[in-house]
Ligand binder design. Sequence first.
Ligand code: UGA
Ligand code: MN
Length: 284
Amino acid sequence: VDDLHSIRKVLEIHKDQLELTQQQLLQLKHITNKKYGPSLPTIYAVTPTYWRHVQKAELTRISQTLQLVPNIHWIVIEDSDAKTDLVRNLIVESNLVVTHLNAKTPPFEQLKDKDPRWKRHRGVEQRNAALKWLRENLVLNKDKGVVYFMDDDNTYNIKVFQEMIKVKKVGVWPVGLVGGLNAETPILDGKTGKVKGYKSGWMPNRPFAIDMAGFAINLDLILIKTDATFSYKMEKGYQESEFLSYFITKEELEPLADNCTKVYVWHTRTEKPVVHGVVPGLEV
Ligand code: UGA
Ligand code: MN
């Protein structure tokens, strides 16, 4: 621990001479933390994001939540042809360890012709880009962590991150304000404590009737099951269920958040603001 403190001191003092950016300094801290500190698994928080007037507000909210969480590696994937300065600036200011990617969702019409049952899924392209990055850059049995699909518009209590680092395979918990209910939640068997079903406003009989915000997956599984991806072919509302089916059975799910009695994440949706004019020169 003393070692770690002196390394950090040296890094702080020499920051200017070394011409390290704040971001690089944090990355080094992250590395020393892993080497010398308590070996908490890294949380890979995967956030698809796209341009709209509230984008910076949403990303500010969740990046500042993440600043309260140790061992976060934030993977931000822009739904765009190129990375934007708005997101780039926000990432630099966040002081978080971040991987910044972009992956544009193909035009809606293109896919509609192919498959009449196809409905627009959000975040597919972006989450797949993140999965690809994880599989190309992390090493099974060497890198330890959990993967959490963290949409940019939800509201997160930092306790949800303390829960997910316990995940051995797939952990699950309730999600507030979703599916036409005040919350969706796995239902536990009183005797075994295992998940026996779901309280869900929509199709509770899905194999996994869980919103994207209601589960985290051990990185090992992501690295082993390389064929597991999201797809436009998945039926509307089945993305989570079909994705989880690659990894696990219902009986193996690990109920967290006090046996699914606590709500630590809310599926909030931000009202689209009326914008009549744009002030030039302001990044909003
Ligand atoms: C629900 C689920 O909570 C999502 O995880 C799921 O992807 C989505 O349904 C779905 O069925 O596809 P919802 O609130 O309806 O979520 O979706 P959004 O929050 O609008 O989008 C989910 C994520 O994708 C967000 O992080 C958003 O920024 C991103 N997104 C959305 C894009 O990258 N591009 C888009 O065009 C739209
Ligand atoms: Mn949403």
